[in-house]
Design a protein around this ligand. Sequence first.
Ligand SMILES: [Mg+2]
Length: 369
Amino acid sequence: MKITGIEITHHRLPLDPPFHASWDSKPRTAFDATIVRVATDEGLTGYGSGDTMTGFEGHERFFIGQDPMAIERHYRILSNIQFHYGRCWPLDLALWDLAGKITGQPVWKLLGGLSNKVAAYASSGTLRKPEELADAAEAYLGQGFKALKIRFHRGDWRADIKALEAVRARVGSRLDLMVDCNQGWRMSWDAYAPWTLKDAIPVARELERLGVYWMEEPLHRSDREGMRRLREMVDIRIAGGEMTRELYEFRDLIRDGCLDVLQPDAALVGGITGLRRVAAMAAENNLIFTPHTWTNGMGVAANCHLTAGLADAPFVEFPYDPPEWSLPRRDFMMAEPLAVDGEGMITLSDQPGMGYALDETMLAKTRVG
Ligand SMILES: [Mg+2]
């Protein structure tokens, strides 16, 4: 079997009302998605999504005519493209979807078959007032979620603590709570500095007091010394690595004792092919591997296959914060949204590949390139 074509299309879903993401200083009035389709001479096609495939144009020729199952070879070419251009990992996800279709197996099984289920944690995206956030936490509980991630970005971290306290007071120990400080993240137009170690310490101590499961990105993503020292000073788990580009950086983050929880996203970092190595590194070092998933439903699904198939993650991120961040918005490109059951679990399909299908009508309606 040979790869005969790679098609990349860009889509834009208008968001009215807009989505005020806590990590973006501008309200989001549209949600973009890029779809990658890899076709073969035997009529099978693999689909992937996630990052924007910036810089991929012109590189199709390095894949066309090749065996689609030569996934490690394709991974190395994609790593070279990333070195020169953008993060073109959605192609790796499409190749895994295709590999599943070729072999007649779901991806979670190809990767190790450990499980077809993962527990989801609800990953919120907005900054609500304390009582409204407590109401939202109760609604998540009612839907079956066992864990919730809260955003810290209100300007003064003491205001963030008040919101967290309101949630803890309302739900007690019925929900595990995580906090994302997003200090490793910036939009291109942001000019403000990340927290320093001395900024992060008092926040970490408050989170410990409130029994938070992990503190995410308390410092700049490359401040390894700061993360190492913070991790030694406090008992709370330190999480990070969502956009860290190179697998060697994960080796160094582990070696230097910087993180308890490794969160690379297969749609943005290394694809499934690269991240199965990080999952193995995490297991060998008694660390948690649980991917970031804030792209779209296809990216969430790919990360779920990776995690269910070979890792022992306590939870996988499920971006969901209705009404602003709903499943019809997040998964607009999919024929069926990826859902969580009444026990807070995601069950992956036994269908060959990723088990997702595209909503071609919606994709035609939202196409911008
Ligand atoms: Mg994060």
